[in-house]
Each structure stands twice: as C-alpha cells, then as structure tokens.
Write a protein that binds this ligand. Structure first.
Ligand code: DC
Length: 229
C-alpha cells in the first residue's frame, strides 16, 4: 500500500509565487489525484504558535504543542482546520507570513510535519505534493520531481493579486521585498533548505499559463510512470 501510494506522487517545489499552487491543482485534476499544500501545514503551526504566545525560537516547544492539536486538511477541500476551527483565512494573513520562515526552520517542527505528509500520501493513495523540500527530503523517491521558478517581478505580481483577491490589497514593491526576505530565509536555513532535487525538472513559469505548465508536467509524469517496471 505504502510503496504503491508513493509511486503516484508528483513533487512540486519552488519559491513563493512560482506558481506551485495553481499548477499543482491543474496537475491533480488531470491525473485524478489530490493536492497536499505543505506550506499550509507550516502556516497552521505558525498560527498556533502565535495564538498560544509561544517563543518562536523554541522549536521543541512549538512541536510539542502542535502534537497536541488536531491539524486537518481538506475537509472541505482546500481548507485547513486546527482542532475543528477553520483557519484557512488566518493562515494567509501578514502575521503568519512574517513568522512562518522562523517556525518552519526548526527541525522538530519539520520532523512532525514531514511524518504527517507521508501519512497523508499513504492514506490518499498518492498525490500532488507542493512545498519546498518535497523532492529533496519528503519524497526523494517520487517518480517525478518538479522545481518551479519565475522572475522576482512576476512572483511579486502574482502574490499581490492573491492578496487583492483575499481583500488584503498591498503594494507590489512591498510584496517583492517580503518574498525576497522569505526566500532568503527558506534557502539559507540549515534543515531542508529550498533547493531543487538533483533529478528535478526545472520549469520557469514566467509569462507561461498555468494550464500549459500543468500539461507539460502530466506528460512527463506519464512518461516516467510508463517507464516503471
Ligand atoms: O508555500 P507557502 O508560501 O504557503 O509556504 C509558507 C512557508 O512555509 C514558506 O515560507 C516556507 C515554509 N515551507 C517549508 O519550509 N517547507 C515546505 N515543504 C512548505 C513550506
């Protein structure tokens, strides 16, 4: 069961605004799989730490508290709940965005969430899993690993559009600076830094439409799956 589930994994990594979420949804639809948004899990634990007033430098303390709380994804689809409370909106707010890189750098937090991500895939019979370390750490044996990139300007533009859609209109320059700061922290941390797996295909999504990128990934996945014994 476990091995079979993991042969149906598409790992999608990349920095903020590289198009991961939209592309992951497109790939999942075409392959009839579900999406696991691992960033939402790190954001939920960050929200928890902020709400409980925990010391953000205390990785073991945050992980211990997170262990006592029910973190549910996808009921309803795309939602995130902490102990039955829907926090889908709160986890996208500025307080969480400012703290999530610090919280997600703690090895104790990562160990807890990576374990939950692997269990999610086993239960769901595979999935399209998006994050920062999926191809390098969580599913190093995934049949297809994709690393998405895009120019800093385009990434900032996409994030600003997301913010506007969520009624949090913001300045594009500010968004660009905020994501540059977060990328720097995510890429330079000691544990599971953001980087492409050695065997990942790297796709620059600048100026490309998400459906075209999703189709390209699906073709590559089918070719890889076809090549399996
Ligand atoms: O994808 P996102 O912007 O929602 O992710 C929020 C943060 O979570 C990101 O700045 C880094 C962290 N993250 C991580 O460390 N590992 C993952 N697999 C996914 C996200």
């Amino acid at each position: 069961m476990t091995r079979l589930a993991r042969t149906r994994v598409v790992a999608i990594d990349g920095p903020a605004g590289s198009g991961k979420s939209t592309v992951a949804r497109g790939v999942a639809r075409k392959l009839d799989l579900e999406v696991l948004d691992t960033g939402a899990m790190y954001r939920a634990v960050t929200l928890l730490a902020l709400e409980y007033g925990l010391d953000l430098a205390d990785g073991p303390g945050i992980a211990a508290t997170a262990r006592t709380v029910r973190l549910e994804l996808d009921s309803p689809p795309g939602s995130v709940a902490l102990d039955g409370r829907d926090v889908s909106r709160e986890i996208r707010g500025p307080a969480v965005a400012a703290a999530v890189s610090q919280v997600s750098a703690h090895p104790e937090v990562r160990t807890l969430l990576v374990d939950r991500q692997r269990r999610w895939v086993d239960v769901h019979g595979g999935g399209v899993v998006e994050g920062r370390d999926i191809g390098t750490v969580v599913f190093p044996d995934a049949p297809l690993k994709v690393f998405l990139t895009a120019s800093p300007e385009e990434r900032a533009k996409r994030r600003a559009l997301d913010e506007a859609a969520a009624d949090r209109p913001t300045d594009e320059r500010e968004v660009e600076q905020a994501i540059a700061r977060r990328d720097e922290l995510d890429s330079s941390r000691a544990t599971s830094p953001l980087r492409p797996a050695d065997d990942a295909i790297v796709i620059d999504t600048t100026g490309r439409d998400a459906d075209g990128v999703a189709s390209e990934i699906v073709e590559r996945f089918r070719a890889t799956a076809g090549a399996e014994p």
